[in-house]
Design a protein around this ligand. Structure first.
Ligand SMILES: *Cc1c(COP(=O)(O)O)cnc(C)c1O
Length: 703
């Protein structure tokens, strides 16, 4: 007889790894993995994200397993409560996808469920005794059961609570007890939470037996003994000959801050025994097996199976998305408009109000925004534009889009922003500067009064590149974007910026004419409605407007943002002040930690009270330190930290150097800064632990 093909999801989890190792000679096993890599002799691994029905379908169609064991899910009660949308996708949507595909190809599904929705004050609940879930984990797991029932009615749902030898990143309850007691650490265990644990190998045998059975429906797959967590701890200590005096009984009723959990999760396994016949699943015998497993090296087998753990790197920047954002997008998808709907205007109004400008025009991204801002400012062939060499290429490319010439003025080494005196010199030299684009580098505001004076002197206009600076203030107190000292200001909503819309940008202004220009240019240069139309006889019939009529009066673009993105933008905007406050906090924590490090010079320290803190840059003298920047990056990577450098000076880019003949030696401050610059991670969702990791790495590597 050929071996049965068994597909197991959640392949790097405690359950799947143990089943695979235990059953690899009996079954032909396929492990589905997401981010981690697993290698077990004779076990096939498949890399797949289960959140896509199409991908799951394709995989199952190609493998055609006889059975699917669905173990994947988000099991941390705390995480499920904190990230509900994430929990829903991990526990409900993935299960729906698996159940649909199992149903479609008529494959028997074994769905691993939980003992978390039992009647809280009743021992040994039967399969029928279900209560309203007490937490979001339980809710999603119960919903998952409904999905299984709906799409794969022949499936077996196993409600269980298991233990065994887990990998280092996913300790089981018994691992935790054994490890702590061996390390002579105190272990606090609940003496008022009851359950009946089962050893994973027993659970695997149950599934194997059910392959042969015609049973469908819900089955409690648990051990024979109802114990408290504390009692279980004592039994583990006794079996492994460990000092049980380190076990401390505590009460769940005293845990006020913990996510609510049922106190009695114990289940009756009577039905299991009816279906499969009488067999013992006592804790005592299970723990004996667990002991033998260690002797046989199961713990090492499990750990060695994981050949690669995706290093969870801390990046320089990252979006912050919460459940409200998810809800906003879902509601947006449910609306009649996906693009060009009412949320665009609402978002624009909210941005304008936030920064204190009269008008705001949202666009597909700031690069597009700077392009039409330059057009609206009248920038054309024969004109020059000046911006900072320490910026993203979008700050100067907008000149090229308009046929104008981009130029640069060096930075002030103290502020890292464009130096107003240098701008003045350039304006004088060039004589045709139409637009000046100061960049509030890292969110730290430029001295706009000085720049405005230079612009006035040479008849230029200012468009602020505030991609980093939503939420920042000028020295004079107004919000960046109020256009107090400029014609226009542009913001970006790329995922690393202050708030995100996936991609997106906005231009603010106080000039109505500019606003109208931007509005037209963003959408093909088309006019309709109340604006003056050119061809009156086409626009009206007997003096009444023709409802279908529009005119393209100038060359514009499709630089529109979508209604859907604005739903996200509005939701994100509500959290902007909190994001900025957290960014300030992190920057100040770094400041304090690096204060006495002589090889670490912190940039832009003077603007902590004003800056939006998009980036945290330090300057390092690599010659003095005796290592290269590349080596520094490697050393940080080993500590789980991904560094970055902002920016490679634009005049150094080959396109600029070769086609536009820019010469970096004209900008010595920018070059010197670039050679020394290192950007450290800074984003609102950084945990205190992340921050400490960064600080410790800086202290040990740069000193
Ligand atoms: C991000 C960024 C841009 C471009 O914004 P997009 O929305 O990505 O087009 C322009 N200038 C600076 C300084 C930026 O950081």
């Amino acid at each position: 007889m050929s071996k049965k093909k068994v597909l197991i999801t959640g392949g790097s989890g405690l359950l799947a790894l143990n089943i695979a190792i235990y059953k690899k000679d009996d079954w032909e096993i396929f492990l589905v993995l997401n981010t981690k890599k697993v290698s077990i002799d004779r076990v096939v691994t498949v890399k797949l994200n289960l959140d896509s029905l199409g991908d799951v379908d394709e995989m199952v169609e190609s493998i055609r397993p006889d059975y699917i064991i669905h173990t994947a899910g988000l099991t941390s009660v705390e995480l499920c409560e904190k990230h509900r949308s994430n929990a829903r996708i991990s526990n409900v949507i993935t299960t729906r996808n698996i159940a649909k595909v199992a149903g479609k190809y008529d494959i028997k599904l074994f769905h691993i469920s939980t003992d978390h929705f039992t009647r809280s004050c009743m021992p040994n609940s039967s399969e029928e005794d279900i209560d309203i879930p007490l937490n979001y984990y339980a809710q999603t797991k119960l919903e998952a059961e409904f999905e299984v029932n709906r799409y794969s009615p022949d499936a077996v749902v196993l409600r269980t609570n298991f233990f065994g030898w887990g990998p280092s990143y996913r300790q089981s309850f018994s691992d935790f007890i054994i490890k702590s007691l061996r390390g002579t650490e105190k272990v606090h265990l609940f003496s008022d939470v009851f359950y009946n644990p089962i050893l994973i190998d027993d659970l695997a045998d149950i599934i194997g037996s059910l392959f042969e059975s015609s049973f469908t429906g819900v089955l409690n797959a648990v051990g024979d003994d109802r114990v408290s967590k504390f009692e279980f701890g004592k039994m583990v200590a006794s079996q492994f000959d460990l000092d049980e005096s380190y076990l401390v009984p505590v009460l769940i009723t005293d845990q006020k801050d913990m996510v609510k959990r049922p106190k009695d999760m114990s289940l009756s396994n009577n039905k299991l025994k009816e279906v499969l016949g009488e067999k013992s699943y006592s804790i005592e015998s299970s723990l004996k097996k667990l002991f033998t497993q260690e002797f046989d090296g199961r713990d090492k087998q499990v750990n060695n199976a994981v050949v690669h753990e995706d290093p969870a790197l801390i990046y320089y920047g990252k979006q912050s998305i919460d459940d409200d954002d998810f809800d906003a997008i879902m509601a947006g998808l449910n609306r009649s408009f996906l693009t060009q709907g009412p949320k665009i205007k609402e978002f624009e109004d909210k941005i304008a109000k936030y920064v204190g400008a009269k008008f705001a025009v949202a666009v597909s991204n700031l690069t597009a925004g700077l392009h039409i801002a330059c057009l609206a400012a009248g920038l054309k062939k024969g004109d020059s534009l000046i911006t900072s060499p320490i910026s993203f290429v979008a700050s100067s490319n907008c000149a090229l889009y308009c046929g104008a010439k981009p130029n640069f003025a060096d930075i002030d080494p103290r502020t890292l922003n464009i130096d107003a005196e240098e701008v003045r010199k350039r304006c004088k030299e060039l004589g045709n500067v139409k637009v000046i684009i100061p960049v509030h580098f890292s969110g730290s505001p430029c001295d706009m009064k000085e720049l405005a004076a230079v612009a006035d002197e040479y008849g230029a206009v200012i468009i602020e590149d505030a991609a980093h600076a939503l939420g920042a203030k000028y020295k004079t107190g107004e919000m960046v974007g109020s256009c107090e000292h400029s014609l226009m200001t542009g913001f970006s909503f790329h995922p690393v910026k202050s708030i995100t819309m996936g991609e997106g940008g906005v231009i603010t202004t106080n000039e109505e004419e500019i606003y109208k220009q931007l509005y037209r240019l963003r959408s093909h240069g088309i006019i309709k409605g109340n604006d003056p139309l050119f061809i009156d006889e086409e626009a009206t019939t007997d003096g009444l407007p023709n409802p279908w009529y529009y005119e393209m009066q100038q060359l514009g673009f499709n630089y529109r943002i979508t209604d859907l993105q604005c739903c996200l933008g509005i939701s994100q905007l509500k959290k902007l002040d909190r994001f900025i406050a957290r960014r300030v906090e992190i920057a100040q924590t770094y400041d304090l930690a690096f204060k006495h490090l002589k090889n670490v010079k912190v940039a832009q320290k003077g603007t902590r009270a004003l800056s939006a803190h998009h980036l945290y840059n330090i300057r390092v003298d690599f010659k003095k330190l005796g290592i290269s920047k590349n080596e520094l990056f490697e050393l940080f990577k080993k500590e789980g930290i991904s560094l970055h450098v902002f920016y490679i000076p634009i005049p150094m880019q080959p396109y600029y150097r070769d086609k536009l003949k820019t010469d970096i030696s004209d900008y010595p401050n920018a070059l010197k800064y670039y050679r020394e610059a290192v950007t450290l991670p800074l984003y609102p969702d950084m945990t205190d632990k992340d921050i400490n990791n960064v600080i410790n790495a800086v202290k040990t590597i740069i000193k």
